[in-house]
Design a protein around this ligand. Structure first.
Ligand code: NDP
Length: 407
């Protein structure tokens, strides 16, 4: 990443033993990229544990290649396959949600939170409570329970390293300067595959259309979030918690080239931009190597070859999810929690062909309205309370999907 602006990081540490890294969600897009960076920096890192949900074969392959000590599947039904695939390797196998949480708590220098969705809440939180340093890609943790996560991190002296490319760019552009010196934080969005589509055309979009992201190759859920721009909404909430920035200091801008990932406008008018080609290995390497910057092979940004960078304001009428997320942030922690739960249900329903593309945002809005009509929920003050609220949001959203289908 070419980062404009100085980053006030501590001096490089002396030669040390390899850093032990645990990867939660090791079979996904972020997990695989993390393992690829680790493989390129052999000698600098050692893998403690890797986890997945059901994909035992892929997890076993990743564990063997990385030389992990432990591999864990959340789904107990996948345990037999995992055990068989690891036979004779000396790598321990385990299964179940408790085993994933225990993997997150094991001694390690860094735990990478790369599970998709609110399923990542408990294990990522457990890593923080155990005092592990954590790199978070799993933005849903911060959207569902950001205040609880940030409080636990402060209590345990844990630095949460932002792995999401936009937040990583902003983190570097901030260079440790206080939020009081910042006028605005700008998160960029590619605009997704439907940036230039009419609303009528978007109404008929299929999952295959929505999964064709123009610039990034990512997991299915975040790719749909990018198409609705809910991803930017989730990222605004994520930035609020990570950087302690109030809503009015947070803005999103469409930038189709995905070269500028984030910008910080300081209160003297100076702007620092975090830039780089769209390659998740770059923010991943930053989180793994922090506070140093380690070498990473790959294409480099050539601005002359690119010629121009363009920016436009998001069309909030065609992409209402962005406003929904901002409103939820202004409403309070219960609303961002329900927003996230309903969005996960709506995205799964769209991918399963049960609702149309434009109905994703509608379903999220209706779920929030229903929850607040029943009685405004208490602000969740523990991760267990956040999970209980998330469950309530899912039930209501699932019910709305069922009603939609019988209409
Ligand atoms: P993927 O869908 O590619 O991978 C998800 C991972 O989580 C897999 O390892 C999966 O295991 C595991 N998982 C899924 N459900 C559970 C569960 N219930 N319990 C335990 N593990 C589970 O997702 P991505 O890598 O794309 O995204 C991961 C997170 O990072 C998301 O929060 C996303 O928003 C964020 N992010 C992703 C970016 C990207 O470039 N992909 C960029 C920035 C942020 P299995 O394979 O067995 O299903």
């Amino acid at each position: 990443m070419v980062t404009v602006g100085a980053a006030a990081f501590p001096a490089a540490r002396p030669e040390a033993a390899p850093r032990r890294v645990t990867i939660l969600g090791a079979t996904g897009s972020i997990g695989t990229n993390t393992l690829s960076v680790i493989a390129e920096r052999a000698g600098s890192f050692a893998v403690e544990a890797v986890t997945a949900n059901t994909n035992a074969e892929r997890l076993a392959r990743a564990a063997r290649t990385a030389g992990a000590r432990l591999a864990v599947v959340a789904d107990p039904a996948a345990y037999g396959d995992l055990k068989a695939a690891l036979a004779g390797t000396g790598i321990a196998a385990a299964a179940g949600d408790d085993a994933v949480r225990e993997a997150a708590e094991r001694p390690a220098d860094l735990v990478v939170g790369a599970i998709v969705g609110a399923a990542g809440l408990l294990p990522t939180y457990a890593a923080i409570r155990a005092g592990r340093q954590v790199a978070i890609a799993n933005k849903e943790c911060l959207v569902s329970a950001g205040r609880i996560f940030m409080r636990a991190a402060a209590e345990r002296g844990v630095t949460i390293r932002p792995m999401d490319s936009e937040h990583n760019a902003i983190y570097q552009a901030l260079g440790g300067r206080p939020i009081d010196e910042v006028e605005q934080i700008i998160i960029t969005a590619s605009g997704g595959p439907f940036r230039t589509w009419s609303r009528e055309r978007m109404a008929a979009a299929t999952p295959a259309d929505a999964l064709k992201h123009p610039n990034w190759s990512m997991g299915r859920k975040i790719t749909i979030d990018s198409a609705t721009l809910m991803n930017k909404g989730l990222e605004v909430i994520e930035a609020h918690h990570l950087f302690g920035a109030p809503t009015e200091k947070l803005d999103a801008l469409v930038h189709p080239q995905s070269v500028v990932h984030g910008m910080v406008v300081f209160n003297d008018g100076a702007v620092m931009a975090g830039m780089g080609l769209p390659d998740m290995r770059v923010p991943i390497a930053h989180c793994l190597c922090w506070p140093e910057t380690g070498p990473l092979a790959g294409r480099r940004l050539d601005l002359a070859e690119l010629g121009s960078l363009t920016f436009e304001r998001p069309d909030r009428a065609r992409f209402p999810a962005l406003n929904l997320a901002r409103q939820a942030l202004d409403t309070g922690d219960w609303a961002t929690n329900i927003l996230n739960a309903a969005n996960e249900v709506a995205v799964a329903a769209f991918l399963g062909g049960r609702i149309g593309f434009l109905e994703i945002a509608g379903l999220v809005e209706q779920t929030i309205d229903r929850v607040s009509a029943q009685s405004v929920p208490a602000v969740p003050d523990s991760v267990e309370a956040a999970i209980a609220l998330d469950r309530e949001g899912r039930e209501i959203a699932s019910e709305l999907v069922r009603m939609h289908r019988t209409r």
